[in-house]
Design a protein around this ligand. Structure first.
Ligand code: NAD
Length: 452
């Protein structure tokens, strides 16, 4: 099948390369000429395990192409995917400007019956808006479907190739048949395709992300309660997860959820619900708990290193002025260089505002974090911030080490070595990754999230 994919970000690039790997002829289009140029040279603009090999292999086999010219790509395609960004607008709703611009471009470029699919995460009713935008300019028949993407960064290739489910939201059986044929090789072992109306498909994606975010905020709230009543959330979590109705996934407390999806999708579905006259009260709380959770680790550092001082500024003098804090992990989760809405940003910013010197390390997200922080944090604060290629180098001379992202390589560090290079051996484990008894035996101060 001939396919065009608009947008070569985390979703579009994985989908394009994935479909090509099943023998389809795929052209990926992006308005970012620099990105397309890099992709043509075989350079992958994002870090995603397995993606580089997949792209390079399919480019070499001449099934995967990159261009900025939408007309050439779309004109010959049977199926066109829209995988552009849907960031938060100021009021929390999803900003559809990229999607609708892409739709109009597609409308002008189609030359025969084409199935146009929104893969971007879009609010209910967007399918109709896309349809209307295309209809304004198209001269040939077309059909629009909603096919939300459920891949997770860090394991995106695997998720795309072996999806738990494929949701096809479309009222036109001709388009559904085309899409079922396209997805058949990915869902061979059993039929994991669910055909729905477009609105239900659109809402399914938000409902799924909002539910996962709810589990995280629930566990974060519970962890904070554990600390106050003397329980250990790691035991509580395991006990809860043994119940088959609950299951043991997504019950890990931490420093709050981040990334390009959960924060914006929770806000977007809340906005949809308010407009529909049915505010989602649970999600209002999920969002608030998450904002609060992003402060918890820095609060712990402040309490330990500046005892007796209020954790909230403004302070008469910066409470961490003579302190050095190491941060391990900047990406919003392991396996990606994505730092959008990463809790690390709130933590680092807060520590810098409290006067600390911050030395950070991440195995792959150093460059993306540097770009993010330099565009969002005051320059005078950044004089006390540095990023280090080596994890131990970041910890050198530190009064506290905060684990913010639980990369594999940071899970079993050499604690004896850490002890010799840190100025004061304090560990703040934002992911409950290290064993408290083991590190306390080595005379580290240890605080996790909701642990004894
Ligand atoms: P991204 O920001 O990484 O990539 C979007 C790309 O679209 C950019 O390269 C941009 O230049 C390009 N673009 C914008 N307008 C264009 C146009 N008119 N034509 C061609 N290209 C255009 O975004 P992403 O993370 O891949 O997310 C895309 C969508 O998928 C969002 O709606 C997101 O919510 C959803 N989603 C993301 C994930 C994820 O893990 N990142 C998972 C599931 C769903």
């Amino acid at each position: 099948m001939r396919i065009a994919v608009l947008g070569t970000g985390y979703v579009g690039l994985v989908a394009g390369a994935g479909f090509a790997d099943f023998g389809n002829e795929v052209t990926c289009v992006d308005i970012d000429a620099g990105k397309v140029e890099r992709l043509r040279k075989g350079e992958i603009p994002i870090y995603e395990p397995g993606l580089e090999k997949l792209v390079q292999h399919n480019v070499a086999e001449e099934r995967l192409h990159f261009t900025t010219e939408i007309a050439t790509a779309v004109g010959t395609a049977e199926v066109v995917f829209i995988a552009v960004g849907t960031p938060s607008a100021h009021d929390g709703s999803a900003d559809l400007s990229q999607v609708l611009a892409a739709a109009r471009d597609i409308g002008r470029a189609i030359t025969k019956f084409t199935v146009i699919v929104t893969k971007s995460t879009v609010p209910v009713g967007t399918c109709s808006k896309v349809e209307a935008a295309i209809a304004e300019v198209a001269k040939v028949p077309f059909s629009v479907a909603s096919n939300p993407e459920f891949l997770k960064e860090g394991d995106a290739v695997n998720d795309f190739m072996k999806p738990d489910r494929v949701i096809l939201g479309c009222n036109d059986t001709r388009a559904v048949d085309v899409l079922k044929k396209l997805y058949a090789p990915l869902v061979r072992t059993n039929d994991r395709c669910l055909v729905t109306d477009p609105i239900s498909a659109e809402l399914t994606k938000y409902a799924a992300n909002a539910f996962l975010a709810t589990r995280i905020s629930f566990m974060n709230d519970m962890a904070n309660l554990c600390e106050r009543v003397g329980a250990d959330v790691e035991l509580v979590r395991r006990g809860m997860g043994m119940d088959a109705r609950i299951g043991n996934k997504f019950l890990f407390p931490g420093v709050g959820y981040g990334g390009s999806c959960f924060p914006k999708d929770v806000k977007a579905v809340m906005s949809t619900a308010r407009d529909a006259g049915w505010p989602l009260q649970i999600l209002e709380a999920v969002d608030q708990v998450n904002d609060r959770q992003k402060r918890v680790l820095a609060d712990k550092v402040l309490r330990k290193l500046a005892p007796g001082v209020a954790v909230e500024g403004p302070w008469k003098s910066p409470p961490l002025a003579d302190k050095v804090i190491a941060i391990w992990g900047l990406a919003f989760k392991p396996g990606t260089d994505d730092v959008r809405e990463a809790p690390a940003l709130s933590i680092v910013k807060r520590l810098l505002e409290a006067g600390a010197t911050v030395r950070a390390h991440d195995p792959v997200a150093m460059k993306t974090f540097e770009q993010l922080i330099s565009s969002t944090v005051d320059k005078h604060l950044l004089t006390r911030f540095s990023i280090h290629e080596q994890a131990y180098e970041a910890a050198r001379g530190a009064d506290a080490l905060c684990l913010v992202t639980e990369w594999h390589q940071l899970r079993r560090p050499n604690f004896a070595k850490l002890k010799t290079i840190m100025r004061t051996p304090n560990l703040f484990d934002g992911r409950n990754t290290w064993e408290p008894s083991e590190v306390r035996e080595l005379d580290f101060g240890y605080e996790g999230i909701g642990r004894k």
